[in-house]
Design a binder for this molecule. Structure first.
Ligand code: GLV
Ligand code: MN
Ligand code: MN
Length: 428
């Protein structure tokens, strides 16, 4: 079916996306890196970036891209991009995608829905025998999670030029292995140019990863943007000593310092001085030597601050830094703070949100606008081209970064149907 708007002819999707096909592929991908989460008895997904499991996932999805007839390229930071030609191949493409790496305790949907959903869009177009005017590109970006090499949105940040290629390739994990070495080892150190020419638009479908849509009884969310994210790694140096013989007044306890920083972050949130939406997490605390009867000599811990308001975020960062200085003097420890990631609040394009909202409304779905609490590759692409996202609600209060992460086949298919219609309209 074709229709004419403002002089251009564009294809209207006649074939819907297939919920069963989408779901089967989501489940098939979740078999890769599957592990039994002992405490919950549930199966989770561990495809930490550039591990063997991530490599296997990458190979499978790359094969799916090739089977869909996409022309696939791997770039110098390991991003994988499949292209479906348009009627006018000289035009900038409409792009969609996400990531297939996971946190070590992940679920089946985070990132995977966006990549497999975009591939389902291509399959629906093929079944429909449709040719869009602009090319369509489907991408999975390297290490969105940042859970291994410490910096999130790694591949997409390099693709848009926010992060240098050499800096990204040199990042190391806890064992000293670098991104470059690991990309090479798994066979994904490609040769394609990593800097993307600006696409015409970028649209990403993702699970919400939070409770808002489900609690409000919404079927989809149209994402307005992403809140600011600030990550640091703290190395706290104290002095190891005997736990029984060393008087408290003579200690330089790195473990105590880490605990105090964590409590301070919590107090900052509770004070309300940094806005009602500030969030703070110390997700990693590695204590050395880590024995019951030894005063800790060293702690490596992380700070994750989130805030939709950049001014509140800047003040929180400043006040925490002051606290670290005071704590260091009070407890006689050294505190070395290294910034590992920082992004400000990103506003998505009204133009793309409007197209998404129109299709959600036309489908008769209950929806609302929502600001993303989690980081996404879309926030990087937003610096290159008009960008927005579609959120699919999750079950169980939208829990994510956890094996309990779950959505339904119907909910995922709704999100991808909207992605399909949106992409087709933007590619007209
Ligand atoms: C990405 O998953 C994030 O940490 O927000
Ligand atoms: Mn994600
Ligand atoms: Mn994630």
């Amino acid at each position: 079916m074709s229709s004419t708007t403002s002089g251009t002819t564009w294809h209207r999707p006649a074939v819907p996306v297939r919920a069963d096909r989408l779901w089967n592929r989501l489940m098939a991908l979740s078999e890769i890196g599957r592990y039994l989460d002992e405490p919950s008895g549930l199966f989770g997904v561990n495809r930490l970036a550039l591990t063997d499991a991530d490599a296997e996932g990458r190979r499978v999805v790359k094969r799916w891209m090739e089977e869909a007839g996409l022309q696939v390229r791997v770039d110098r930071i390991g991003n994988v991009i499949g292209r479906r030609g348009g009627a006018d191949d000289t035009l900038a493409p409409v792009m969609s995608g996400s990531h297939i790496d996971s946190v070590p305790t992940g679920g089946a949907f985070d990132g995977a829905l966006g990549v497999i959903g975009a591939l389902e869009v291509v399959r629906a177009l093929d079944e429909d025998g449709a040719r869009t005017r602009r090319p369509i590109e489907v991408a999975y970006f390297t290490d969105e999670e940042g859970a291994r090499f410490g910096t999130d949105m790694l591949g997409s940040a390099v693709a848009v030029g926010r992060l240098g290629l050499d800096t990204a390739l040199a990042l190391t994990d806890r064992d000293g292995k670098s991104v470059g070495q690991e990309l090479k080892r798994i066979g994904f150190l490609g040769e394609a140019q990593e800097r993307l020419s600006p696409p015409h638009a970028y649209v990403e479908c993702h699970i919400e990863q939070g409770p808002i849509l489900d609690a409000a009884g919404m079927e989809l969310g149209v994402v307005t943007g992403v809140q600011g994210i600030s990550w640091q790694e703290l190395t706290i140096g104290g002095r190891s000593a005997h736990a029984g013989t060393t008087p408290m007044s003579l200690r330089r306890d790195a473990g105590l310092a880490a605990a105090r920083v964590n409590v301070k972050m919590h107090e900052m949130v509770r004070s309300g001085q940094y806005g009602a939406e500030m969030r703070a997490t110390m997700g990693r605390i590695d204590v050395h030597p880590g024995r019951v009867n030894i005063v800790p000599s060293r702690v490596v811990c992380t700070v994750d601050l989130r805030n939709p308001d950049d001014r509140h975020m800047a003040r929180a960062e400043h006040d925490l830094a002051e606290h670290l200085r005071a704590l260091s003097a009070e407890l006689g420890v050294t505190i070395d703070a290294r910034r590992t990631a920082k992004t400000e609040h990103v506003q998505f394009a009204d133009s793309v949100q409007t197209v998404i909202a129109r299709h959600v409304t036309a489908l008769g779905l209950k929806w609302q606008h929502i600001l993303s609490g989690a980081g996404h590759d879309a926030q990087e692409l937003a610096s290159l081209c008009p960008t927005a996202m579609i959120f699919v609600p999750g079950l169980y209060e939208g829990i994510s970064h956890n094996p309990r992460e779950l959505s339904t086949s119907e909910a995922c298919a709704r999100g991808v149907e909207v992605l399909y219609r949106t992409m087709v309209e933007l590619a007209a």
